[in-house]
Design a protein around this ligand. Sequence first.
Ligand code: MLT
Length: 254
Amino acid sequence: METVRVHAVVEGSGAPLVLLHAFPFCHTLFDDQRPLAANCLLVRPDLRGFGRSPAGASATMEEMAGDVLALLDSLKLDRVVLGGVSMGGYVALALTRLDPSRVSGLVLIDTQALADDDAARAGREVNARRVEAEGTSFLVDPMLGRLLSPECPVEVRAETGRRMRSESPAAVAAALRGMAVREDSRDVLHRFGGRALVVVGEHDVITPRERAQQMADLVPGAELVVVSGAGHLPNVEQPAEVNAALARFMAGAV
Ligand code: MLT
């Protein structure tokens, strides 16, 4: 598998926590998680094509996971707590399928173990073609409405939209196609022997609470945290609550 040398922001020291961003964002999606670097080694990669990372020929979840494994090698990190929001969660599950020995704990935030159905796959291809033809603007406003809760402050909404608009149309189209062909990962969770924290915003309409519960039910001892006043991006809308859950989880990291 061809890997891309991805850019990552690495801060702090201690037990490593790698956070993988959602679609269509980059490592700045976790700017509000930076205080965690006071007590751990916080690694925030830009997945291929996003932020400052170069693109590959395609962007499947396995390819993105292979890039993150190569990054862990280059940082000499054998075993990490691996977290991901939404698409980042799909990549975290793909990495756990490729090499579970590198993952001591999984943090799955507003994501799911299920694959796309045929209708979702077809919709992603329509959007990928449209992004290639006319850019990402048509996606941003409708997506913002679905990503954030109704009570999200206007400045947070504006900053989230700005972040989405700054990502490259080619990366967005490639990631849409990559998400469309991702595998069902329930077997990965069923086999996973490590610790798991599952987080979901109470207003998430993209990967709602039932999807979070389904993942938590597959890992013995998994903790499920439902975040009030948040939609699909609770780390952006309610960072204090998400950071507290992550800090508790990292306190038990080996
Ligand atoms: C994301 O937030 O990463 C995406 O909305 C996930 C998806 O489209 O399945």
